[in-house]
Design a protein around this ligand. Structure first.
Ligand SMILES: Cc1cc2nc3c(=O)[nH]c(=O)nc-3n(C[C@H](O)[C@H](O)[C@H](O)COP(=O)(O)OP(=O)(O)OC[C@H]3O[C@@H](n4cnc5c(N)ncnc54)[C@H](O)[C@@H]3O)c2cc1C
Length: 244
């Protein structure tokens, strides 16, 4: 679900040159009747900690300085959660509060080649990166989606092969990346998505000798966890993805 955001606050948004730039969207419990923008400091004085608004992290798919809008692609993953259902129900005029942007990756024009791996949560960042590659770039991109209906038309250089993986027993990003014929030289890698899938990919990259300085890898979410739990688990063994 693509949501296009605009309004007077656009001028306060300082975009970066990172292709994985993201924002932290603030969601309050609907039953509290709070209207964005939220004064979090004031709310902290009056609300129970369990009633405080929480954040959800989303990639800024694109920024348009001419129309003064930015786009965010939300996966609608059922009725669970805050952000997915919000996007599913959003109507023109709804308000959103967020902080940011942050980010950490941009394609290095000097890289030998580029390797992308992710699920739909990373597809906005992968799509943005593909659009920023040099025209002569070579590479491989693996994107795990539900089925063919989830595939998007991507604007990738001719030298970058895009592989769509459809959900099926035994189909994993790690198996696809491991089984692929890698190009010569050393790749700059961007791999993000469900945490356990990223742990499996981390093994593949370690075995292939990918240099840590050329690897952007992290979980974007974890199965069975809200984002609050997922973020908290980064401080527990289950939430740690070891460096290569
Ligand atoms: C840097 C970064 C950038 C991200 N960019 C995007 C983006 O551009 N678009 C996007 O859609 N997501 C993106 N994500 C992932 C998104 O933040 C999480 O999926 C988040 O948990 C969604 O919040 P929610 O309120 O919908 O669900 P939550 O309340 O967090 O979770 C409720 C339930 O839904 C499950 N769930 C959460 N996400 C998914 C999913 N993707 N598929 C299936 N089940 C899920 C959880 O495991 C949990 O069981 C990004 C995450 C990070 C860290």
């Amino acid at each position: 679900m693509r949501i296009v955001l605009g309004g007077d606050a656009f001028d306060a948004f300082e975009t970066t040159d990172l292709t994985d730039e993201y924002v932290k969207i603030v969601f309050a419990k609907p039953e509290l009747g709070l209207e964005p923008p939220y004064d979090l400091a004031a709310l902290r004085e009056t609300l129970e900690p369990s009633d405080m608004p929480v954040t959800r992290t989303y990639t800024v798919r694109s920024v348009d300085a001419v129309t003064k809008t930015l786009s965010i692609d939300f996966i609608v993953h059922g009725d669970e959660g805050l952000a997915g259902p919000w996007a599913d129900r959003a109507v023109p005029g709804d308000l959103l509060t967020f902080s940011g942007p942050g980010g950490g990756y941009r394609p290095d024009p000097a890289a030998d080649w580029y390797l992308f791996a992710g699920d739909q949560s990373a597809l906005p960042a992968i799509a943005a990166a593909l659009e920023h590659l040099p025209a002569e770039a070579r590479g491989l991109a693996f994107v795990a989606v539900g089925d063919a209906a989830d595939e998007l038309v991507l604007d990738a250089p001719a030298g970058v092969e895009v592989h769509w993986l459809h959900a099926a027993p035994g189909v994993t990003l790690a198996a696809a990346v491991e089984g692929a014929e890698w190009l010569g030289g050393s790749p700059q890698v961007f791999a993000h998505g469900e945490r356990e899938a990223m742990k499996a990919l981390r093994e593949v990259f370690a075995n292939r000798g990918v240099q840590r300085s050329k690897l952007s890898l992290s979980g974007y979410w974890a199965a069975g966890r809200t984002e609050d739990r997922f973020q908290a688990e980064k401080r527990e063994p289950v939430g740690v993805i070891l460096p290569v």
